[in-house]
Each structure stands twice: as structure tokens, then as C-alpha cells.
Design a protein around this ligand. Structure first.
Ligand SMILES: Cc1cc2nc3c(=O)[nH]c(=O)nc-3n(C[C@H](O)[C@H](O)[C@H](O)COP(=O)(O)O)c2cc1C
Length: 149
């Protein structure tokens, strides 16, 4: 089973989880980079606005083609109860290239269900989903066993 982990992360929480997943699977990993700058205070405000609108944005080119993989693990932070725009844009721009997907999200506390729904609307039904709070990731309070099976 050939797997790929794809993620976007603004403050390295989702990145930490993505790296753990890729490490356990010993598979390729791709960080999605946005052409829109979401760093700093201004970037936070932009993230709230773009997240709420679900706007599709421009991304830097990617290294891996999701069509070459049996399962693609896709991860994002929740922004304004939606999956962060760089990941929605990645899914949207790769429409029709996914066979099996698993989604993982990190958030302060809420917005998981609406974000998973939006991700599915932009790709295919996921085999599995994993929702973790920022705190759980920071404290290593999670178990990936059933998500990776
Ligand atoms: C623009 C923006 C909007 C956010 N909206 C939510 C939200 O609706 N619900 C929530 O629980 N956390 C929200 N958060 C918190 C992040 O989802 C959380 O800190 C996440 O773990 C950050 O992941 P990252 O470090 O990979 O970027 C938001 C953060 C940002 C920057």
C-alpha cells in the first residue's frame, strides 16, 4: 500500500501530526505552500476571512502526484470552522486525482464536522478521519493506531 501525507500548517501543529503519520508509515510527505501570506497578525485576520468564505487560492507547485498513491492522508488546521484554504485549494485543484483519502484536522476546540464535510465536498468520501485539538497534539495525547489501519 503506497501512501502519501499532504498537509498545510501555519504554526506547525498540523505539521507535527503529519510528520508523525508519515514517520509511522515511512511514506512520502508534502507540505502545501500558499502564495497568499497567512503569517503574523495580518495573516491571521486574512485566514479568518478566507476560511469563512472557503475561497480558492493560488499554491506553490507540488512535488508529488496524488494519482500515484493508494491512500492520500490530507491534513489541515480548522480556520473559522472550515479547513484552511490552502488545503481546500489543493483538493479542488486535484479534483478527480484521489482514489482513497483519509483526513486529519487540528483545531483549538471546534469546527471539525463542518471542516470534514467541506473537505469531502472538494474530493471524495474519506476512509477515515482524525480530529485532534492543538492541546492534544502539543502534549502527544493521541494514538494513531486505528487511523493508520
Ligand atoms: C485564521 C484562524 C482561524 C481559526 N479558527 C478556528 C476555529 O474556527 N475553531 C477552532 O477550534 N480553532 C480555530 N483556530 C485555531 C487553529 O485551528 C489551531 O490552532 C490549529 O491547531 C493550528 O494548526 P497549525 O499550527 O497547523 O496551523 C484558528 C486559527 C487561525 C489561524
Amino acid at each position: 500500500m503506497k501512501s502519501l501525507v499532504v498537509y498545510f500548517s501555519r504554526t506547525n501543529i498540523t505539521k507535527r501530526l503529519a510528520e508523525d503519520i508519515a514517520g509511522q508509515l515511512d511514506c512520502d510527505i508534502e507540505e502545501i505552500k500558499s502564495k497568499v501570506n497567512y503569517n503574523g497578525k495580518l495573516g491571521y485576520a486574512r485566514g479568518i476571512k478566507d476560511g469563512a468564505s472557503g475561497k480558492i487560492i493560488e499554491l506553490e507547485p507540488q512535488k508529488y502526484n496524488p494519482e500515484d498513491y493508494d491512500v492520500v492522508y490530507i491534513g489541515a488546521p480548522v480556520w473559522a470552522s472550515k479547513a484552511a484554504n490552502p488545503i481546500i485549494s489543493y483538493l479542488n485543484q486535484n479534483e478527480g486525482r484521489f482514489s482513497n483519502v483519509k483526513f486529519f484536522l487540528t483545531a483549538g476546540s471546534s469546527g471539525f464536522d463542518s471542516s470534514f464535510k467541506q473537505m469531502e465536498e472538494n474530493s471524495v468520501k474519506p476512509l477515515k478521519t482524525l480530529a485532534l485539538t492543538t492541546r492534544n497534539v502539543k502534549k502527544d495525547e493521541y494514538d494513531l493506531t486505528s487511523f493508520l489501519e
